[in-house]
Design a protein around this ligand. Structure first.
Ligand SMILES: [Zn+2]
Length: 108
């Protein structure tokens, strides 16, 4: 299935938000035991500090995706912020929120 870049960004954002909700659920010690899977068991073994770090990291990733969506709406998505050349499609498919082309990312 091929997705438009915007649809891909939105699906990444959805997935990150679902993970964030789950991680925050663990912070509040809620959650349905019957629904616990490997991710839940992993989270249950972590300290609050580790879970908070994961929640922060997810929040930062969601913000990156939101910024990418804004750039998309402004017509700047997929353009390197340093050299203004297009960012390669392969790079954008692995790093949908990339703001630099592969060359600039290596140099800066
Ligand atoms: Zn560049």
């Amino acid at each position: 299935m091929t997705m438009s870049p915007r649809a891909r960004l939105e699906s990444v954002a959805e997935e990150l938000k679902a993970r964030q909700a789950r991680v925050e659920g663990h912070l509040r010690q809620v959650g349905e035991p019957a629904l616990r899977d490997a991710d839940d068991r992993f989270l249950l073994q972590q300290s609050d500090e580790v879970i908070q770090a994961i929640a922060l990291r997810l929040g930062a990733e969601i913000e990156e995706i939101n910024q990418a969506l804004r750039r998309f709406d402004e017509g700047r998505y997929g353009v390197c912020e340093f050299c203004a050349r297009p960012i390669g499609a392969a790079r954008l498919s692995t790093l949908p929120a990339a703001t630099r082309c592969a060359r600039c990312a290596r140099l800066i």
